[in-house]
Every structure is written in C-alpha cells, then in structure tokens.
Design a protein around this ligand. Structure first.
Ligand code: NJP
Length: 245
C-alpha cells in the first residue's frame, strides 16, 4: 500500500489486469505501452475506482523513451518501488518460414525491452536498497515448442536474466526478483500470429481448454509482492488446470 509501480505492456491482457489489481491493493501505478488511448481509458477506470494511475506512452524497445517514461513516473509519484517488465509478443511461425523481421521484433521487445526497463529503474532501487522487479517469462521459458522457437529463446533469456539479477541484487541491494512463467492466458497475444496455420491452431486451443484469466496473473503478482520481506518467490510457474503440455 502506498508503493509506486511501473507496469509495461499495460494496454491489454496481463499488464492491464495486473495494473488494476495493484491499484486495488493501494499501489500507485504508472501504466506503460504504445497505445495511449488504451492507457488513458485504463487510467480513467483505475481513478474511477479510487486508485491512482499515470498513463505513460512508451516503446520498450527505445531506451531513451523508457528512461523518459520512468522520469515522468518519478515526477508524478516521487519514487518507484515495483517494476513489472511484462511487455511482449509472440508471432508464432516455423523457423523454416524465415520470418526474420518477426524474430528481430521478438528479440527487441521480449528481451531488450526487459533489459531497457530494468536498466532504467535499477539504479533507483539499488540506491534505495529496496524494491521488487517482476518479469514475464513463460512456460516457453522452461520448455520449447514447435512454431515458438524464437519466442522460446526470448523467454529463456528473460528467465536467465531474471535469476541472475536475483542473485546479484537480493543480498547486496535488498531487491527481490520474481520471474513469472505462465501457461496459456486469455489476452490479445494470439492476435499477432501472422502464420495462418499457427493462428488457427492457437485459436483452436481456446475451444479445447479453459485458459487462465489475465486477472489470475495479476493475483499472482500481488501475492509475490505481499510475501514477507525475507521471502523471494523467484519463479512462479502458473498453469491452467486443463493444460496438458
Ligand atoms: O498479451 P497482450 P499478454 N513497447 O498482447 C505491449 C507473456 N505471456 O498480456 O504497445 C511497449 O494482451 C502491448 O502494448 P502496445 C507475453 O509473452 C503471455 O498475454 O499498446 N509495449 C500490450 O500492452 C508477454 O510478455 C501468455 O501494443 C509493447 C502488451 O505488450 C506478457 O505475457 C503466456 C510493445 C501485450 O499484451 C503479456 O502478454 C505466457 C512495445 N514495443 C507469457 N510491444 C499468454 N497470454 O498465454 C508490445 O507464458 N507491447
């Protein structure tokens, strides 16, 4: 309560739901993404419910924009305590399709976006010797799946980065790091699949099983944040009950 969070990927899905859960728990949220109309609507919704929110239009692939975004958060709320580096995309396709532009976009957003976000806030948290960084990896950061080769590579990278960060900053700077590894979650993620075969396959999954709700991930984040100070939920592997792989 009374803490300040930066949430990336907050214009839809997991980020938006988590921002609302944090605001309900009394956290002041900086909600960041590129679609400012979505962010404005979410900020209005959070304020109407009695929370505090600041909409921050920023592209996580641009380190200058991320640093500027963190600056506006600091101007408005004075500090930052929690960072949820969550923005990501998953345009599934076979590696043999050579959709190299999509590979690069995933590397830029899923990996470098996390690096840029963490880099912009880490000096502040280290200086204060307090804070909690939450990243969104995936079940695809633990295993591999055909059609998701590059996505899996990016999510393995996020898991490796997060765990190393945890080891480096936990004792030395009193900063906790939690890496989320969700299974299938209802969101707009599948809408960016350009390969028609994988698009159909992923849409078909929704008929085969009940996905997690984005709110379920928001609850998990709040749970990790509320753990006693000596407890770091380093990894959270959260699956729909019905997911068989
Ligand atoms: O997807 P979606 P999720 N700069 O599409 C933002 C991971 N995950 O909530 O910029 C800044 O609803 C985009 O905002 P906008 C997944 O890999 C998911 O499911 O306005 N922001 C939007 O807010 C990802 O890391 C599942 O377009 C950028 C958000 O990212 C995270 O969960 C399973 C951006 C995407 O929201 C959230 O994805 C799993 C940029 N350049 C992991 N590019 C799942 N859904 O099943 C995109 O294991 N965004």
């Amino acid at each position: 309560k009374g803490k300040v969070a930066l949430v990336t990927g907050a214009s839809s899905g997991i980020g938006a739901a988590t921002a609302k859960k944090l605001a309900e728990a009394g956290v002041k949220v900086g909600i960041a993404a590129r679609r400012s109309d979505r962010l404005q609507a979410l900020a209005d919704e959070i304020r109407a419910a009695g929370g505090e929110a600041l909409s921050i239009e920023m592209d996580v692939t641009n380190p200058v924009a991320v640093t500027r975004g963190v600056g506006t958060l600091l101007e408005r709320f004075g500090t930052v305590d929690i960072v949820f580096a969550n923005a990501g995309l998953m345009p599934a396709s076979d590696i043999t399709s050579l959709k190299v532009d999509e590979w690069h976009r995933m590397v830029d957003v899923n990996i470098k976006g996390v690096f840029n976000t963490v880099a912009a806030v880490l000096p502040i948290l280290c200086e204060r010797k307090a804070g909690h960084i939450v990243t969104t990896s995936s079940i695809a950061g633990r295993k591999t799946f055909p059609g998701l080769g590059v996505y899996c590579a990016t999510k393995h990278a996020v898991a490796a980065f997060s765990d190393t960060l945890r080891m480096e900053v936990g004792k030395k700077h009193n900063i906790r790091v939690t890496c989320l590894q969700p299974g299938a979650v209802e969101s707009e993620l599948f809408e960016h699949v350009s390969d028609p075969g994988y698009r159909a396959q992923m849409e078909g999954l929704k008929e085969q099983m009940t996905f997690l709700k984005s709110e379920d991930i928001g609850d998990a984040v709040v749970y990790a944040l509320q753990a006693p100070a000596h407890v770091d939920l380093a990894e959270m592997f959260i699956m729909p009950t019905a997911q068989p792989w």
